[in-house]
Design a protein around this ligand. Structure first.
Ligand SMILES: [Zn+2]
Length: 100
């Protein structure tokens, strides 16, 4: 039984270094791997490419510390723009220092 299917996905990338964000669109081919699992093949402009979450370079600073996530995920989280967790941890650490 062959059950390959395709989907079109938009991925959002965010550079950890300089906070540049950009989007890229992929065609994803979902294929059975013959062992009961599923293989996803990513195509970008008709070209086979690596998975969206590896080997991406920031167009702003050429940094390779890039986070990737599906665009559909972003829609659910835009309302909550949490402050950077590092800032919070720093605040807690400073408070602890004051307590000494
Ligand atoms: Zn960057």
């Amino acid at each position: 039984m062959r059950d390959a299917w395709s989907s079109h996905e938009t991925w959002v990338f965010e550079c950890v270094n300089c906070a540049t964000t950009w989007e890229e669109e992929f065609d994803v081919r979902h294929c059975a791997d013959g062992h009961g699992g599923e293989v996803e093949l990513f195509e970008h402009d008709g070209q086979r490419c690596t998975t969206p979450w590896i080997d991406h370079v920031c167009p702003g600073c050429a940094g390779q510390n890039v986070k990737a996530r599906p665009a559909s995920w972003r829609r659910r989280t835009t309302a909550v723009r949490a402050p950077a967790r590092d800032d919070l941890e720093l605040v807690f650490r400073l408070r602890r220092l004051h307590a000494y």
